[in-house]
Design a protein around this ligand. Structure first.
Ligand code: NAD
Length: 263
């Protein structure tokens, strides 16, 4: 299927590895002009080089700490100056720290709020004027299955991603008339560095191996396996496409069926 995004420009945030990187690869493989950003310059350089090797096109890369307003503005300006405008904005971010409610102090709450929620609102405010003017745009916010099924030790993610979900629904209502869509993609357990680190953390507490923990997580999923990052990325590429023009205001789960509720 031709997704119809060959002439489109895209910015994918937090894309030096994991799900963000897979999304950048998937959009580049569909012919879009792609920019990536992340706080880790070394990983950005490696990733940009590997993408060029694999797909023949090097993404524009910019170092950006998503919790900093100045970095976000600078990133936007670099991409706008290079690409003219941004048609597809994929807001991904580093996962916030884990922990129970009584272990999270105010500084961590505020840092996580800036990274998970404010980075989305800041980038949206910057890209919207040109999307409205062109009468075309796709805004895709990466959240988590925890929006529908909160999990233990994840109070920051459980809370802040629900805020992103509420923001995205509100946004979709306000921008629909400009032919700009806004959706969330909600991944399930996906085999990335973050999940590996979480498994190592849990393994330390339980005395099991991290392989055992990853196996247990996979067993919770009806499909009995963890997602590959490219499986999340395929859904994002579709929502970013011309074909998905009538999908807006939704949370699209890509979670192997892990959410137990029927709704
Ligand atoms: P990852 O750790 O593999 O990659 C995270 C990316 O975020 C990296 O590129 C890193 O450099 C970047 N990053 C971290 N802090 C940053 C900052 N302050 N500014 C800019 N960039 C920053 O993580 P992942 O597994 O690919 O997860 C991506 C997102 O999806 C996270 O928010 C995560 O919580 C969410 N998610 C992941 C899973 C999973 O099982 N992996 C499931 C549901 C949701």
């Amino acid at each position: 299927m031709d997704l119809g995004i060959k002439k489109r420009t895209a910015l994918v945030t937090a894309a030096s590895k994991g799900i963000g990187r897979a999304i950048a690869e998937s959009l580049i493989s569909e012919g879009a002009k792609v920019a990536i950003c992340s706080s880790n310059e070394e990983n950005l350089i490696t990733t940009a080089g590997e993408i060029k090797e694999n797909y023949g096109e090097e993404p524009l890369w910019i170092k950006c700490d998503l919790s900093k307003s100045d970095d976000i503005r600078k990133t936007f300006e670099i991409v706008r100056d290079e690409f003219g405008s941004i048609d597809i904005l994929v807001n991904n971010c580093g996962g916030p720290p884990t922990g129970k409610i009584d272990s999270i102090d105010e500084t961590i709450w505020e840092e996580s709020y800036r990274q998970v929620l404010m980075s989305v609102t800041r980038f949206v405010n910057l890209v919207l004027p040109s999307m409205k003017e062109k009468h075309w745009g796709r805004i895709i916010n990466i959240t988590s299955f925890t929006v529908k099924q909160p999990i233990k030790n994840f109070v920051l993610s459980n809370s802040l991603r629900s805020a992103v979900r509420g923001y995205t629904k509100t946004l979709s209502n306000e921008i629909g008339e400009f032919n700009v869509t806004a959706n969330c993609i909600a991944p399930g357990y996906t085999l990335t560095h973050r999940l590996y680190e979480l498994a190592v953390e849990i393994a330390k507490e339980t005395g099991d191996s991290h392989e055992h923990i990853l196996g247990e997580l996979a067993c919770e999923v009806p499909l009995k396996r963890l997602a590959r990052p490219d499986e999340i990325a395929s859904a994002v590429a579709f929502i970013a496409s011309e074909k998905a023009g009538y999908i807006t205001g939704n949370v699209i789960p890509v979670d192997g069926g892990i959410v137990k509720s029927a709704f």
